[in-house]
Design a protein around this ligand. Structure first.
Ligand SMILES: Nc1nc2c(ncn2[C@@H]2O[C@H](COP(=O)(O)OP(=O)(O)OP(=O)(O)O)[C@@H](O)[C@H]2O)c(=O)[nH]1
Ligand SMILES: [Mg+2]
Length: 448
């Protein structure tokens, strides 16, 4: 998914946050991407609550204004005691903060670009120390200022932080309800860079007892994962196999013909794609393609779909991406496969969770993001799970493990629901898999 990224350096972001307090910034508008016009600004920034502007010039200044009020194009002068102007200069000086732009009026809420009296943006603007008299903007961004809120008195989900061993044992001893199936087969689906491969690596590391990095993970413009992989997981070095196969896929992109193709995904769900098949968005897999498994059994089909979403990007999911998810969901529902929403990178999304992972279900901010995601996906909040994967650590951590184990445990519960959804003839353990789905070779997809 092409994501619009901030032009603030890490230091500039820290400086800006030091002026705003305990908040998170959510990029709403970037002139170089959305258009250097008042219209583009208003279409993305009106009715967004507290915001902060970051204007950039060639002299290295980042300057702007914060207001706690909405832009609405009302045509009136808006009062805001919390508003201020600021400037961050190159060279690490303390950022300049000018409080009370005007005792009464913070900004003119008109249909032009933002006008803070002393500073008029997206137009010719004025004063000196804020920008070193270089008023030609090289970039212009507006961020929504999201209060992180406090911690909830009671977590909205109870996590058994002390029960790592019990959880691990119960997962290792899991047996699918259908005799012919040995392992739950779970697929990870989500935008590029959401953390799918890292999630598998983390679960693998946790069961192995040391850090592993079997799946290649990282960041690139496009999906780092290009092969379909069905990973087995071992409990301890040389130990038994965990009754779970985690399938890793190429990242989804919002446009057609890039990223994981939906038809390929449907074939993955139906068990038609062999391990290590090289996914090609331009030519989806077909019956005659090498790597296509015609005789899919109940062992090969996917029992639970896990949508993986980067928590930091929940509000950045484009309509196109949400539409893609909606179409995947429709097809997955049709196949009777239970679905989970996995929110990754909670440590990056919320400093309270980074500070202490046990805050994860107490953070007001993360709860808001979980609700937002559950609504936009149309998936109940009870199916939303929050995790942090191992990204920089060299050693395992009990709290990280507990969240990973809780997620895996839920995947196994949902796998049971999958089998309950299937009409299985117990005697022959035969099932006419997905026979109602068009373009499906129902007679070949039989359990032995
Ligand atoms: N801080 C933090 N970083 C994470 C977490 N999960 C993943 N990452 C980082 O996010 C980046 C992308 O992770 P990947 O696992 O490669 O993402 P992916 O979904 O497999 O991406 P593609 O294969 O490209 O579609 C990597 O740099 C990871 O280290 C997490 O929970 N916390
Ligand atoms: Mg990957």
């Amino acid at each position: 998914m092409p994501v619009v990224t901030s032009s603030l350096s890490e230091d500039q972001q820290k400086d800006l946050l030091s002026l705003l307090g305990h908040v998170r910034l959510h990029l709403l508008y970037k002139a170089s991407v959305h258009g250097f016009t008042a219209l583009a600004f208003h279409s993305r920034c009106d009715w967004q609550g507290p915001t902060v502007i970051a204007a950039y010039n060639a002299a290295g200044f980042v300057f702007g204004a914060h207001t706690s009020q909405d832009y609405t194009q009302s045509g009136v002068e808006v009062c805001d005691e919390k508003a201020f102007l600021y400037s961050i200069q190159a060279g690490g000086n303390t950022p300049l903060r000018v409080a009370g732009i005007h005792t009464k009026c913070a900004f003119n809420d008109n249909n032009a670009g933002p006008d803070f009296g002393a500073l008029v943006f997206l137009h010719e603007n004025a004063p000196a120390e804020m920008h070193g008299e270089d008023v030609a903007l090289t970039e212009f961004e507006v961020y929504r200022v999201e209060g992180l809120g406090d911690l909830l008195a009671k977590p909205w989900r109870n996590i058994r932080w002390n029960e790592e061993q019990q959880l691990m044992k119960s997962i290792i001893s899991y047996k699918p309800e259908v005799k012919s199936v040995q392992q739950a087969r779970v697929v990870l689906v989500g935008p590029v860079g959401a953390g799918k491969s890292t999630f598998f690596n983390s679960v693998n590391s946790m069961f192995r007892g040391n850090m592993t990095s079997q799946a290649i993970a990282g960041t690139a413009g496009k999906s780092v994962t290009t092969q379909f992989r069905a990973y087995n997981i071992k409990a301890g070095k040389g130990g038994g196999v965990v009754p779970l196969i985690l399938c890793d896929t190429m990242g989804l992109e919002e446009n057609a013909e890039v990223g994981l193709d939906i038809e390929d995904l449907i074939h993955i769900l139906k068990g038609n794609v062999k391990d290590r098949y090289l996914l090609n968005p331009l030519t989806p897999i077909q019956g005659e393609t090498p790597g296509f498994k015609k005789q899919a059994t109940l062992n090969d089909v996917i029992h639970c779909v896990v949508y993986v979403v980067d928590t930091c990007k929940v509000s950045l999911l484009s309509q196109k991406m949400l539409d893609k998810f909606a179409s995947i969901r429709k097809k997955t529902n049709h196949l009777g496969i239970p679905q989970i929403l996995l929110m990754t990178k909670v440590d990056e999304a919320c400093p309270l969770a980074a500070e202490d992972l046990q805050n994860v279900y107490r953070s007001v901010y993360l709860q808001r993001k979980a609700r937002e995601l559950s609504e936009s996906f149309g998936i109940p909040l009870s199916c939303v799970l929050l995790v942090k994967s191992y990204s920089a650590e060299l050693e395992l951590d009990r709290d990280v493990d507990i969240l990973l184990l809780t997620a895996v445990d839920q995947m196994l519960n949902y796998t049971d629901s999958f089998f309950e959804n299937q009409v299985i003839e117990e005697d022959r353990e035969a099932i006419d898999l997905y026979s109602s789905v068009p373009s499906q070779q129902s007679k070949t997809s039989r359990v032995n």
